[in-house]
Design a protein around this ligand. Structure first.
Ligand SMILES: [Zn+2]
Length: 119
């Protein structure tokens, strides 16, 4: 199955959907309104239709880079930086077809405060 930004410059392909999606209330995730599905980066193939279709943004401790499409602005995924020993990619399932997203349980993570799941 495939996730895509609005203009199609950025496409992410995965074999198996995640068991859950995470809605986080931290300062950046709440602005993006993202729904994250987490994977080992080896499980995901990232295709950019042109060179450097994405731009990354990092803040705070810089453990994560948030990528968006430079053409249409959609936030597509995050990647851990070299500071993290176990690499992880998070795909923004807002880029997924609605029918796929509807079948996955959404969990709420309190990234703003306690760093615990609230449900
Ligand atoms: Zn795009």
């Amino acid at each position: 199955m495939q996730l895509s930004c609005h203009c199609g410059q950025v496409q992410l392909t995965l074999a198996t959907p995640p068991d859950t999606l995470t809605s986080c209330n931290c300062s950046i995730c709440s602005r993006y309104a993202a729904l994250w599905g987490y994977f080992d980066p080896k499980e995901i193939s990232l295709n950019e239709r042109s060179d450097s279709a994405t731009a990354g943004y990092s803040h705070g401790d810089k453990y994560l880079l948030f990528y968006h499409c430079k053409t249409c602005g959609c936030v597509t995924h995050t990647l851990t930086t070299d500071k993290v020993s176990e690499p992880r990619i998070a795909l923004n399932f807002r880029m997924a077809p609605q029918a796929l997203r509807e079948n996955i349980q959404i969990r709420h993570f309190d990234g703003a405060d306690t760093w615990q799941y609230l449900d």
